[in-house]
Design a protein around this ligand. Structure first.
Ligand code: HEM
Length: 505
């Protein structure tokens, strides 16, 4: 018979516990190791598959893990595109971190092939936009996208847009009045924030029947700040190896910042929806709207029924119009600011535009739809500025079937392609001397490839609000002479930057 003291029994239990804990730790470590090995094998096999799939498309040497990102900082991305376009005028793979790659296209024939197909948007590039703009028209694919596009297209009918010109001219007048007061202080004016407020004001009036001017509203300033932050945050997340996983990102300070900015943007959106809903509930208002020949964007959504007969929920509504309001606002504001900058740096062209508009409107007359096609030179300058500084530098697709390009090279299903609008517009084979601002490229009768100029993309997924550029004319009024500020030369980048005068497209 063996007797043991209570202390000895305790020691035995403790060592058994330690033994089982270390056993569990060993098994866990082995499992983690196994998972890491499987992941590494997957990455290796995927990289081998990509190397084979892209062998017809040469590119500069890259790091096996960091790809081409190791060599280029974010600020140098557009510089890199210009250099590569000269070396590879049609297309060239860009290796991303972790052995991923996408093929960047710079050639109009290549663009035509891809925009003529119906490949979905590439998940990797667009998914970071989802918490902000939700799965609205911009991010949807397939049948759901088709239904939504069909539902919203009437909101951009010419007859509706005609009425918008006067509303836009009104928003522009408010902005210019503000400038007049500020310029009395004889200091340079950073126009981007003002233009952002003006475009937001226009979109709110045109698409959401918003009354009054938000340009003088303090809340709108924080909204503009939030969406400009979101633009930066989304672009920097795409490039950060450690910020790809949603859970890890939500724990970082930038993840929390993104969350706060999204909340602020959504609050603003919700307020606008509630306001319009309340107006529609007033007696007779709903009937008045239903009798309208053409409904605006928010009214279409508010009156739309889901297939099962329920009215769209507020969240659905927010998702469907946030892009148009927030992302389109920054895109349009960026476009207008660069047009103003291009004119400020080319005084002779600016003078010709001013004379043209002055000849048409004289002093003080307000611009109307009928004036828009009577400004050929101003239109040429706007197009040339959109060529040189495209507000959307590139869009992505994921090939759903293999593709063969006109030069015989092909890519298999599953490859991500980036249609580099910036690369196309700066391609010397398409646009000789691409860095020179030359509006005569768009002179009436000048021959161009159908897909050489794509600021609003092309094909069935082109920009639904593209006619807006025709309405940019009113901003170029003869009230001011624009001059560049030599102490703050803006540097184009792929994301919004404020500190050093850089500006996103
Ligand atoms: C200078 C101003 C603008 C430019 C340069 C521009 C450019 C673009 C581009 C390049 C796309 C294609 C995106 C892609 O395929 O990923 C696009 C899509 C879109 N744009 Fe614009 N945009 C502008 C203004 C606007 C405005 C004012 C609105 C609405 C009020 C708008 C609404 C949309 C929508 C809803 C889509 C998604 C269309 C779809 O996928 O069916 N945009 N835009």
């Amino acid at each position: 018979m063996v007797c043991s003291s209570p202390r000895a029994r305790q020691n035995t239990n403790a060592s058994r516990l330690l033994g089982s804990v270390s056993g569990i730790l060993q098994v866990t470590s082995l499992l983690i190791l196994l998972l890491l090995l499987i992941k590494a094998a997957q990455l290796y096999l995927h990289r081998q598959w990509l190397l084979k799939a892209l062998q017809q498309f040469p590119c500069p040497p890259s790091h096996w893990f960091f790809g081409h990102f190791q060599k280029f900082q974010q600020d140098q991305e557009l510089q890199r595109i210009r250099k590569w376009v000269e070396m590879f005028p049609s297309a060239c793979p860009l290796w991303l971190w972790g052995g991923k790659a996408r093929v960047q296209l710079h050639d109009p024939d290549y663009m035509k092939v891809i925009l003529g197909r119906s490949d979905p948007k590439s998940h990797g590039s667009y998914r970071f936009l989802a918490p902000w703009i939700g799965y609205g028209l911009l991010l949807l694919n397939g049948q759901t996208w088709f239904q939504h596009r069909r539902m919203l297209t009437p909101a951009f009918h010419y007859d509706i847009l005609k009425a918008y010109v006067a509303l836009m001219a009104d928003s522009v007048r408010v902005m210019l009045d503000k400038w007049e007061k500020l310029l009395g202080q004889d200091s340079p004016l950073e126009v981007f924030q003002h233009v952002s407020l003006m475009t937001l004001d226009t979109i709110m009036k045109c698409a959401f029947s918003h009354q009054g001017s938000i340009q003088v509203d303090r809340d709108s300033q924080s909204y503009i700040q939030a969406i400009s932050d979101l633009n930066n945050l989304v672009f920097s997340r795409v490039r950060n190896v450690f910020h790809q996983n949603d859970t890890i990102y939500s724990l970082t300070s930038t993840g929390r910042w993104t969350h706060r900015a999204c909340q602020l943007a959504h609050q603003h959106t919700d307020q606008v929806i509630q306001l319009r809903k309340a107006q529609l509930q007033k007696e007779g208002e709903l009937e008045k709207v239903k009798r309208k020949k053409h409904l605006d964007f928010l009214d279409i959504l508010l009156l739309a029924k889901m297939e099962n007969g329920n009215i769209l929920s507020d969240k659905d509504l927010r998702v469907k119009w946030t892009h148009s309001c927030s992302r389109a606002d920054t895109t349009a504001a960026s476009g207008i600011s660069w047009i103003l900058y291009a004119l400020a740096t080319h005084p002779k062209h600016q003078e010709r535009c001013r004379e043209e508009i002055h000849g048409l409107l004289g002093d003080g007359a307000s611009i109307t739809w009928n004036h828009l096609d009577q400004m050929p030179y101003t239109t040429m300058c706007i197009k040339e500025a959109l060529r040189l500084y495209p507000p959307v530098p590139g869009i992505s697709r994921e090939l759903s079937t293999p593709v063969t390009f006109p030069d015989g090279r092909s890519l298999p299903k599953g490859i991500a392609v980036m249609l580099s609008i910036y690369g196309l517009h700066h391609n010397p084979k398409v646009w000789p001397n691409p860095e020179v601002f030359d509006p005569s490229r768009f002179a009436p009768g000048s021959a161009q490839h159908s897909h050489a100029f794509l600021p609003f993309s092309g094909g069935s997924r082109n920009c639904i609000g593209k006619q807006c550029h025709e309405q940019l004319g009113p901003t170029l009024t003869p009230r001011f002479e624009l001059l560049p500020d030599p102490t703050r030369i803006p540097i184009p980048t792929t994301c919004l930057k404020k500190s050093n005068g850089s500006r996103r497209f």
